[in-house]
Design a protein around this ligand. Structure first.
Ligand SMILES: Cc1ncc(COP(=O)(O)O)c(C=O)c1O
Length: 468
């Protein structure tokens, strides 16, 4: 007897991916400095725990916001009964202003075009329901966030067709790759309804360049399809070139006949580090999309007390200004620690300027240039080195040997320990592969001469490969 529906039982959820399996392994043996110092360190979770003290000190100074009070009077009953799926006007206003602030106030957002959802997960799925029918496709540049297989495909029946990006140009989106993906979809008899990008990228930690954004807008104009820009990491951009939203590029373009085809997804899970609060949003210029998404938002609303608390916090402009810049400073410092720790272990990564992770190049540690070898290396890193990192294959990367490593969900000491473990592992790897000390340094010197490194140039923000 089949007890579950096909939908519930089918495996498009992606729970068997190494991305989720790594989390399970971590849960079975989590590192703790005192209780389990030999446990697995979680580096596969894009959480931002670096600025909790700033939020906590704001809460201590503003007890009314979390205490269901307004001017000292309880508003418990008001909040308990509130169920308008358009959301609290004060919260929507505060959220759009926060989104503008992150974009240097170069663009403004109309709260009437904003739909609230329980996190970006719900926002992305809602957009899929609004824009595509089962069996239709969205094109996504690879590597992409492993959760998208669940969020975009599982319940909606929408297909993802990869836009294959490679290390040869720092994983940038090219016109050829876009056209090829479109063609691949047609060969599979899939009607393409749009492109979805994450800017800044998860897992690359890089911002999408204005050139890429223009390319994407030209493409969706030519094909008459949608563009979804998931800008959940927009506030995490910690060094230049700065983050440029698709909304800025859209504003600059003279013909704005495609403005209704562009939709932005946002959430406070990363920039404020509040994934547990489930605060996400869709921003669209298309009234029909806003109306349809609002109807659907009943399935994933943001609770009224959360909206009330966050409307007070985000309306405090002095606080948001300080928070945004201090959080970015801390992320930058942490990112530097990871990059230098990896360097000491003889490991390099894609040059990045945003996000809560690095895209790490471990191709030299593979036994062969295959995804089997990547899995073998990943298992060693999880079970022997005791670090849970995410293999590139779980992000649909087309080249074996890349891994996403998170740096903002742990203490500085834990990150140091993780780097020590990795360094010892690479040293042992070199020893067992007959790489003597002088051999290894010769090798790494040779590599640093011939290696492609990716430069984030300031003019135009292009990420160009540069040979040193
Ligand atoms: C690109 C991207 N989109 C969406 C999500 C889901 O975020 P939320 O917690 O707001 O649902 C994540 C979470 O990691 C993400 O990286």
């Amino acid at each position: 007897m089949r007890l579950l529906s096909e939908k519930a039982a089918c495996n498009t959820h992606g729970q068997d991916s190494s991305y989720f399996l790594g989390w399970q392994e971590y849960e079975n043996n989590p590192y703790d400095e005192i209780r389990n110092p030999k446990g697995i360190i979680q580096m596969g979770l894009a959480e931002n725990q670096l600025s909790f003290d700033l939020l906590e000190s704001w809460l201590a100074k503003n007890p009314d916001a979390a205490g269901f009070k307004r001017n000292g009077q309880s508003i418990f009953r008001e909040l308990a009964l509130f169920q308008d799926y358009h959301g609290l006007p004060a919260f929507k206003k505060a959220l759009v202003e926060f989104m503008s602030e992150i974009r240097g106030n170069k663009v403004t957002f109309d709260p009437n075009h904003l739909v609230l959802n329980a996190g970006a997960t719900s926002a992305n799925e809602t957009l899929m329901f609004c824009l595509a029918d089962p069996g239709e496709a969205f094109l996504l540049p690879t590597p992409y966030y492993p959760g998208f297989d669940r969020d975009l495909k599982w319940r909606t029946g929408v297909e993802i067709v990869p836009i294959q990006c490679t290390s040869s140009n720092g994983f940038q989106i090219t016109e050829d790759a876009l056209e090829k993906a479109y063609q691949d979809a047609q060969n599979r008899n899939l009607r393409v309804k749009g492109v979805l990008v994450t800017n800044p990228s998860n897992p690359l930690g890089t911002t999408t360049t204005p050139n890429e954004l223009n390319l994407l807008l030209n493409f969706i104009e030519a094909k008459e399809i949608h563009l979804i820009s998931d800008e959940i990491y927009s506030g995490t951009c910690f060094s230049s070139p700065g983050f440029v939203s698709v909304m800025e590029i859209l504003k600059e373009r003279k013909n704005d006949n495609i403005r209704n085809q562009v939709h932005v997804v946002y959430s406070l899970s990363k920039d404020l580090g509040l994934p547990g609060f489930r605060i996400g949003a869709i921003y669209s210029n298309d009234e029909m999309v806003v109306a349809a998404a609002t109807k659907m938002s009943s399935f994933g609303l943001v609770s009224s007390q959360t909206q009330y608390l966050l409307s007070a916090m985000l309306s405090d402009k002095k606080f948001t200004k300080k928070y945004i810049s201090e959080n970015q400073k801390r992320l930058k410092k942490r990112h530097e620690r990871l990059v230098s720790g990896l360097q000491k272990a003889g490991i390099s990564c894609l040059k990045s300027n945003a996000g809560l992770f690095c895209w790490v190049d471990m191709r030299h540690l593979l036994k062969s240039n295959t995804f089997e070898a990547e899995m073998e290396l990943w298992k060693k890193i999880v079970y022997d080195v005791k670090l849970n990192i995410s293999p590139g294959s779980s992000c649909h990367c087309t080249e074996p040997g890349w891994f996403r490593v998170c740096f903002a969900n742990m203490s500085e000491e834990t990150l140091e320990l993780a780097m020590q473990r990795l360094k010892a592992f690479v040293a042992e790897f070199n020893r067992s592969n007959g790489n003597t000390q002088s051999n290894t340094s010769k090798n790494s010197r040779r590599k640093s001469i011939t290696k492609w490194v990716f430069r984030l140039s300031f003019d135009g923000g292009d990420r160009e490969p540069e040979e040193r």
